[in-house]
Design a binder for this molecule. Structure first.
Ligand code: PLP
Length: 397
């Protein structure tokens, strides 16, 4: 039996394979250089163009480019007037910013456990969590697999709730032929470095509601009039009025330059991920120690991550040791996500505790996101599979 590198054997590869890498090509570089040479480096014409392109792509009426998805989520709550004593229903199986922004508004994040197959919020459990304080549902399209939007929109309609989608993983995803970003009251996308498309840091808020768009726009730049950014150009004016105590959440033209080019190749980016996913699916199919992610037939999945579940009860090592053993083989990994309710702040402030959301907790304990990014080669993917096989064979009970 081959000795794992962590036990002193030879690693599967010499060069470390990161769990994710952005695909930045010459087009992005040229577009950024063009912006730098133009003299206009903050919010300006490139942001306008990026919003226009993203709106057309997403089949939404309005798109607002912002500094992050976190900013988009916060502004969506602001625009929908979510405030003190309100409750917002969301998934515990998400990055913490989904819940943090609810806390920023002094509202309470109410978690609902996830579905055991998609790891998305279990739509069947939402109604039981609704109280007379509930104002909105905030589903998260985990890994880029859309949530059960028909059921969620139906529940929202019945109880007069708003729907804000965390689509940080879901640029280009579709639910029953509908683009994510065209369904709920507001949808928030992330262009963070490792997301499906990137602007380095960045986000977008999509909505079909003009009031939401106007209010989010106002609050996105100090509460000044929408086109205040023009005030240093020939058509601008020195005069502006502040209509609300807004935030500094704008996107820059440098970020938008990258976004303009990334958006043009979004299909290619998703397809390249899909190819690696197919290879992984086939490679792990006959390994009882590994549970692979699945997708419903009626969704277009972006495959932002490939989270496997390792049945550590069949092994002599736990998940943390498995991750260490992979690192020794020069394979990078991550974990998506530590359930939000288990973080100290959420336990202390709201009394959440272990056992509250057993499906999220059980999935989390076994979860490892293995490398998946567009520029990965077949050999890279083969190395990941070989490393996992080697570790499983060595530590099998
Ligand atoms: C990345 C991420 C965010 C935050 O995105 P930023 O653009 O970094 O603010 C929000 N929700 C989820 C589920 C994420 O994965």
């Amino acid at each position: 039996m081959e000795q794992p590198a962590i036990e002193g054997g030879k690693p599967i590869r010499d060069k470390f394979l990161p769990f994710s890498l952005p695909l930045i090509e010459q087009e992005e570089i040229d577009q950024v250089v063009d912006t730098l040479k133009s003299g206009w480096v903050t919010t300006g014409p490139k942001v306008k163009k990026f919003e226009q392109d993203f709106k057309d792509f997403g089949k939404a009426k309005f798109s607002l480019a912002l500094g992050s998805c976190t900013a988009a989520l916060h502004l969506a709550l602001v625009a929908l007037d979510i405030k003190e004593n309100d409750e917002v229903i969301t998934s515990p199986f998400t990055f913490v910013s989904t819940a943090n922004v609810i806390v920023h508004q002094k509202a309470k994040p109410v978690f609902v456990d996830i579905d055991k197959d998609t790891y998305n919020i279990d739509a069947k459990k939402i109604e039981a969590a609704i109280t007379d304080k509930t104002k909105a549902i905030l589903p998260v399209h985990y890994a880029g697999h859309p949530c059960d939007m028909d059921e969620i929109m139906e529940i929202a309609k019945k109880h007069n709730l708003k729907v804000i989608e965390d689509a940080a993983h879901a640029v280009g995803a579709e639910y029953k032929g509908k683009r994510i970003g065209s369904i709920g009251d507001a949808t928030c996308f992330s262009f963070y470095a490792n997301k499906v498309m990137t602007t380095g840091e960045g986000g977008m808020l999509n909505t079909n509601d003009e009031n939401i768009f106007n209010k989010a726009s106002l609050y996105s730049l100090h509460g000044m009039d929408r086109d205040a950014w023009k005030r240093y150009s020939a058509t601008g004016s020195w005069f502006y009025e502040v209509k609300a105590p807004g935030y500094k959440y704008n996107m820059t033209d440098i970020q938008a330059s990258i976004g303009l080019e990334q958006l043009k190749k979004i299909d290619k980016l998703i397809e390249s991920r899909g190819k690696i996913v197919k290879f992984y699916d086939a490679s792990f199919k006959d390994m009882p120690e590994i549970i692979i992610p699945t997708a419903k037939e009626y969704v277009k999945h972006t495959r932002y991550i490939y989270p496997i579940r390792v049945k550590t009860d069949m092994l002599k090592i736990d998940r943390a040791q498995f991750i260490k053993a992979l690192a020794a083989e020069n394979i990078g990994t991550s974990v998506h996500f530590i359930p939000v309710h288990l973080h100290p702040f959420y336990r202390q402030k709201y009394g959440y505790k272990e056992g509250d959301f057993p499906i999220a907790e059980n999935v989390y304990k076994e979860l490892i996101s293995i490398p998946l990014f567009p520029a990965m080669t077949e050999q890279d993917a083969q190395d990941v599979v070989d490393a996992i096989k080697k570790i499983i064979e060595f530590y099998r009970k």
